[in-house]
Design a protein around this ligand. Structure first.
Ligand code: TRP
Ligand code: ZN
Length: 470
């Protein structure tokens, strides 16, 4: 129930039997999982999305220049990736699906490339040394479309009646720009997006400027703090725009489809107070920009915590705004290391909803917990444990959101409020702008509370079926 607004329209009920997955150690922790030697691996070793991301380099910056015509749905793009080799590379992969490539250079020299599904395999004219900085420039165009995720939902470039809803979790970034498409690689971004006059193009971070010439408007956006590719957006539509600066100096940019404006207004108005409340609980808001992007995209079925400025497929309710805002700390600033750890995003954002309700005159978190715990053992809530969803098809299912939040509530009950909120703040602070794993969270919780929490985490995160005691 509490996660329904964010679940995809096509979502199926969670299946009780889950496939056990052998988890390879991820590249960041234990070396290339797919290939060593001078060829960059085709993935970072994510057990659920083996081709996501690539080995052998990190991207520090993406410069994306895009032009979109909503009428013909045609996109032109130029992506400049500034990267650094972490090993000698005779060859490297990018993730890029669909669009036609018209040029590709490495350090301004034409490179040979071939395409194999989502892998764009690049052979630079001369090998890259370990530690070498390099620049990949790709020009491309075509009619982008979304990818279908293992759970049947759409993500990536999703055309709408007046533009496009652009949301990339978990895989869709590669439908509109070539990327190292895994949250392990976080980068800063510049966007220059040109659309017909009268349309607005909204990306992440701060609006540097906009200018109109010859019937077209160009928007320039900058996301300075590190961002995972799936959190990038370049949503286009006919939007009502509102800009203001909060008392604490945050630059807020709201873009709202007029068809959603009346319903959205009272909720969006609360964003500054929600972020302030969350800053008190979780520590300083991680970004210099904020805002909301409310589209009218009935075919999407979910909202996404796009960095600094979530995108909503319709006017959000307050708990959805609280949820996407909480992701700015948990998911965006502290990113997961493997998609299997998705509860670190969704369990935390859902628990933030419970806390908000508790502290604003509604049900206590205990009551939210109790209502879920009362569900029979046959309920979909208990279909699989949140620490082990089993496959990429389950990462947005109820157990991840609801039992994930229950895990945090069980932790809070075990360690007490003081230690619990210290743990949340320490988690956000220690992994700020980086990545974290469930094992690291467990260790942090034990360190901060001085308690052995192995049993608790086992019961709530890993044990199959409904836990026998709340
Ligand atoms: N992370 C989003 C949220 O909870 C939900 C989401 C993003 C999603 N992409 C999805 C849900 C794809 C289902 C399918 O706010
Ligand atoms: Zn979420």
């Amino acid at each position: 129930m509490q996660s329904r607004r964010r679940l995809p329209v096509l979502r199926r009920e969670a299946v009780a039997a889950t496939v056990p997955v052998i988890v390879g150690s991820l590249l960041a922790m234990a070396g290339p999982a797919v290939a060593a030697g001078p060829t960059g691996a085709s993935g970072v070793g994510d057990p659920y999305f083996p081709l996501a991301g690539n080995g052998g380099y990190h991207v520090s910056h993406y410069g994306l220049t895009l032009g979109y015509d909503p009428g013909s749905r045609h996109l032109t793009g130029k992506a400049v990736l500034t990267a650094r080799a972490t090993q000698r590379l005779t060859r490297l992969d990018l993730d890029f699906k669909g669009l036609k490539i018209t040029g590709l250079t490495v350090d301004h020299v034409k490179a040979v490339y071939k395409r194999d599904g989502q892998e764009l395999v690049v052979t630079p004219a001369r090998p890259l040394r370990k530690g070498q900085s390099f620049r990949v420039t790709v020009t491309y165009n075509g009619k982008p479309g979304p990818v279908t995720d293992p759970d049947g939902s759409l993500d990536g470039w999703i055309p709408t009646d007046d533009g496009a809803f652009v949301a990339g979790e978990p895989q869709g970034a590669m439908t509109w720009f070539p990327a190292n498409n895994h949250p392990l690689d976080k980068s800063s971004y510049d966007f220059t997006i040109t659309v017909p006059k009268g349309r607005t193009a909204v990306a992440n971070g701060v609006l540097l400027g906009q200018s109109t010439r010859a019937g077209k408007t160009t928007f320039r956006w900058r996301q300075t703090e590190p961002m995972a590719a799936y959190l990038a957006t370049a949503t286009v539509g006919k939007f009502q725009v509102k800009q203001y600066t909060t008392r604490s100096g945050l630059k807020v940019y709201d873009a709202v489809d007029p068809r959603e404006a009346a319903a959205a207004a009272p909720v969006l108005k609360k964003l500054p107070s929600v972020l302030e409340w969350e800053s008190k609980l979780f520590g300083p808001y991680p970004y210099r920009a904020a805002g909301s992007l409310v589209d009218h995209a009935p075919n999407v079925g979910y909202a996404l915590e796009t960095q600094s400025r979530p995108v909503y497929d319709r006017a959000p309710d307050l708990s959805t705004l609280v949820h996407e805002s909480a992701h700015q700390w948990f998911g965006d600033s502290v990113s997961l290391t493997s998609w299997k750890d998705i509860w670190l995003n969704e369990g935390f954002a859902t628990y933030a909803e419970w806390l908000y309700t508790e502290q604003h005159g509604g049900d206590s978190a205990q009551k939210s917990f109790d209502a879920l715990y009362a569900r029979p053992a046959t309920d979909g809530l208990w279909a699989f444990p949140p620490g082990d969803p089993g496959s990429g098809a389950n990462i947005f299912d109820t157990p991840v959101y609801a039992r994930g939040a229950m895990t945090l509530h069980a932790l809070r009950t075990a360690v007490g409020d003081r230690a619990f909120f210290r743990i949340l703040r320490a988690w956000a602070a220690q992994h700020r702008y980086g990545n974290g794993t469930t094992a690291q969270f467990e260790r942090l919780a034990e360190r901060e509370s001085g308690k052995d929490l192995g049993g608790l985490f086992h019961t709530w995160l890993y044990a199959q079926g409904k836990p026998s005691t709340p």
